[in-house]
Design a protein around this ligand. Structure first.
Ligand SMILES: C[S@@+](CC[C@H](N)C(=O)[O-])C[C@H]1O[C@@H](n2cnc3c(N)ncnc32)[C@H](O)[C@@H]1O
Length: 228
């Protein structure tokens, strides 16, 4: 139980990790495994350099940062909502596989500055505030609707910190992505979901289309679907 979130569930998304999330409200989905696997290049057609230093923008429960730390990355997770950060820190204390490699901070990503990383990962809010009703749960609304920054802003802020930004997004949002002196270098879609992961890199270049190999990602992260 948590005063801010109500009843919690405790999940083990990989060995040595125990992550709290609210039973009702914003909960993670398959896209967090897609993001982590894609950023690490698990199952990718061409080798992807291991990123020793990672910055996560909009860390929420901390699941993405904790998974990356369990793979050996040193991770900073920024999140504007202090209650999410408190929950993520609580999970970190229960997660020996990530201990000593993650720092969660209460920080609005739009403040920017002071970060350098090999890769930025983010699963930002992507719905337009005007496009339909947003969730009555303010925390869920902030997670899904672009109330405190757009996908374009998250990507631009990421590119100021790292040469590679891996971002979860929707097909229609990708089509409208405004990139300044940067390009989509890799992209992969989740089957049937209209959601995918793209890697944006500084400078000019061509996009490579990839298939997300979820079974291989699950196997390497040692997650067993159906156990959460
Ligand atoms: C879609 S959720 C993703 C949470 C988590 N990374 C995951 O994948 O499950 C987006 C998160 O971004 C946070 N967020 C939104 N705007 C932000 C901002 N300007 N600065 C920092 N965090 C922000 C929200 O509070 C929310 O936790």
């Amino acid at each position: 139980m948590s005063a801010a979130f109500g009843p919690l569930s405790l999940e083990s998304p990989a060995p040595g990790l125990a992550v709290y999330q609210p039973r009702r409200g914003y909960r993670w989905g398959v896209e967090v495994y897609a993001l982590v696997g894609f950023a690490l290049g698990i199952g990718a057609p061409a080798p992807v350099a291991f990123p020793p230093r990672v910055l996560e923008l909009g860390a929420g429960s901390g699941i993405v940062s904790l998974l990356l730390a369990s793979r050996g990355c040193r991770v900073r997770g920024w999140e504007r909502d202090a209650e999410w950060v408190a929950l993520a820190r609580r999970s970190l204390r229960r997660s020996p596989a990530a201990r000593g490699r993650v720092r969660f901070s209460v920080r609005d990503v739009r403040v920017g500055g002071g970060a350098a990383a090999d890769v930025v990962v983010t699963n930002p809010p992507w719905f337009d505030p005007g496009a339909g009703p947003s969730s009555p749960d303010p925390r869920k609304a902030s997670a899904r609707t672009m109330l405190h920054g757009t996908v374009d802003e998250f990507v631009a802020i990421g590119l100021a910190a790292a040469p590679r930004v891996c971002v979860v997004t929707r097909v229609e949002r990708l089509a409208g992505l405004r990139l300044d002196n940067a390009h989509v270098a890799r992209r992969a879609w989740l089957p049937g979901a209209g959601v995918g992961v793209v890697e944006v890199r500084r400078g000019a270049g061509q996009a490579v289309e990839e298939a997300l190999d979820l079974p291989t990602i699950y196997a390497q992260l040692r997650y067993q679907p159906g156990t959460m």
